[in-house]
Design a protein around this ligand. Structure first.
Ligand code: HEM
Length: 439
């Protein structure tokens, strides 16, 4: 189970049906479900009764303080309402320019790296997407070395939290050995760097970034957030947006590398929708097929392969009793691979997401961004980011999967490529080919 929970849970789903009880570590009762009615009940209809699990709130809260990811109830609702403004249509349009500039800079670096032969795309895409998220938050002037330090801190602390969670008996040792303190010190260093940007901004002209949204937000009584709260909310957004889009992008490139037919259609769509222009928020509606490709990749490889909650009070969903304190695991990967809802489930087929087909899909069978009030706040931002990076990479490069590698998904906090994905990139000839075809 610890080594490959996806394999085990998928087998159990096949053996015991779409909702079954399971004893985590032989002790704690968990209910695992891929049943859309149960999922809808837990994430939406009776969401008040299902809080984020203790692991998320306690362990993450220790390092991340209070914020969207680690609070619930009224405190969460108020913050969510304020922060949501940072991701509305107008704000995404404003962020596009910062995102494009950040991408152009990352691509200069990427261009150098690929000259040396095949690369593992995962760390490169992660660097690209994280720099974009970090600059969308703290503005274009955020320094490279600060981005690297914060990114490294987030990865290291996240790994430590996973260790604390799956080996809780080691926690006393982590304290004695100084490992806990070492991670706290790392976090404090990242905090102090970001706090410097917050303090500076208080005395500067307003920016067009998410930091400004957080600083301008006002509660009902007219008060704004303290610097400490702005910092912990920013850090939580950085954590939530750290590895998710890069992960999806890695799988998208992997899937496209074996489907020249889809790749050709995507390229044609970029050509006709954008020509040589950079992608802006306004062009999204013209990228229907590419959006379908992304949606299908998110179905096959949902970065959040499960969503966990804890029942606050006893509850019942039809025949299923849910005692107070039990965990409910919404098994997203299982729902996305259920043959009942997705015929020929393992095949990559973007046609599943044409407007007509998507309308026929039963609700709560497709949940890459979660569902209900606690669904992803950054979903539209992530789609913009993925499209932006894809549009540049595919117009610039041809790419091939290096043969002979084992590509496997590893379900840790998120579903990532276990051994990386190695690819060769060369300047594309596809566009010259289009030009000749069109003449
Ligand atoms: C492909 C990319 C992404 C995927 C698949 C994704 C997926 C998700 C999912 C499934 C949840 C719900 C978790 C739960 O219910 O326990 C979530 C929550 C969240 N996501 Fe994303 N996410 C992505 C990108 C981003 C980005 C780029 C940001 C920020 C810049 C972000 C910010 C958040 C935040 C703050 C929450 C917590 C919301 C709350 O509890 O109110 N996400 N995301």
């Amino acid at each position: 189970m610890a080594r490959n929970p996806v394999q085990v849970l998928s087998q159990y789903t096949e053996d015991f049906g779409d909702t079954f009880r399971f004893y985590l570590g032989g002790l704690k009762e968990a209910i695992v479900t891929t049943n859309p009615a149960v999922i809808q009940h837990v994430l939406k209809t009776n969401a008040e009764n299902y809080q984020k699990s203790e692991i998320q709130v306690k362990r993450m809260g220790h390092f991340l303080g209070k914020g969207l990811l680690t609070t619930h109830g009224e405190a969460w609702r108020t913050q969510r309402r304020l922060i949501q403004k940072g991701f509305d249509r107008k704000q995404l349009e404003a962020l596009s320019a910062i995102m494009q500039d950040s991408l152009a800079e990352s691509l200069r670096d990427f261009d150098k790296q690929i000259q040396g032969g095949p690369v593992d795309i995962y760390p490169h895409l992660m660097k690209m997407t994280f720099a974009m998220v970090a600059r969308s938050l703290f503005g274009a002037r955020l320094k490279d070395e600060d981005i690297d330090l914060v990114s490294h801190t987030i990865s290291t602390v996240q790994e430590f939290i996973v260790k604390q969670t799956i080996q809780p008996y080691l926690n006393p040792w982590f304290e004695v050995s100084g490992e806990l303190r070492r991670h706290e010190a790392m976090r404090a260093r990242a905090d102090s760097i970001l706090m410097e940007y917050i303090k500076q901004r208080r005395g500067q002209e307003p920016g067009h970034d998410l930091l400004q949204t957080l600083m301008d937000a006002r509660y009902a009584d007219g008060e704004g957030m303290s610097d400490e709260l702005v910092l912990s909310e920013s850090m939580q957004l950085l954590v939530a947006g750290h590895e998710t889009s890069s992960n999806s992008l890695s799988w998208i490139l992997y899937l496209l590398s074996s489907r020249p037919d889809c790749l050709e259609r995507v390229r044609q769509e970029f050509d006709s929708a954008l020509g040589d222009a950079p992608l802006s928020h306004g062009a999204l509606g013209r990228l229907e097929y590419t959006t379908q490709v992304i949606q299908e990749a998110l179905r096959l490889y949902p970065p959040f392969w499960m969503i966990d909650r804890m029942a606050v009070a006893d509850d019942r969903i039809g025949e299923i009793a849910i005692p107070r304190g039990s965990m409910v695991i919404v098994y997203v990967y299982g729902a996305h691979h259920a043959p009942r809802y997705w015929p020929d489930t393992e095949s990559f087929d973007p046609e599943r997401f044409t407007k007509t087909n998507a309308q026929q899909q039963a609700p709560f069978t497709y949940l890459p961004f979660g569902g209900g009030p606690r669904g992803c706040i950054g979903g539209n931002y992530a789609m913009l980011q993925i499209l932006m990076i894809l549009s540049d990479l595919l117009r610039k490069y041809d790419f091939q999967l290096v043969p002979g590698q084992t590509i496997e998904a590893r379900p840790m906090v998120i579903l990532r490529p276990k051994h990386g994905i190695r690819m060769t990139f060369t300047q594309t000839t596809a566009r010259d080919h289009h030009a000749v075809m069109q003449q």
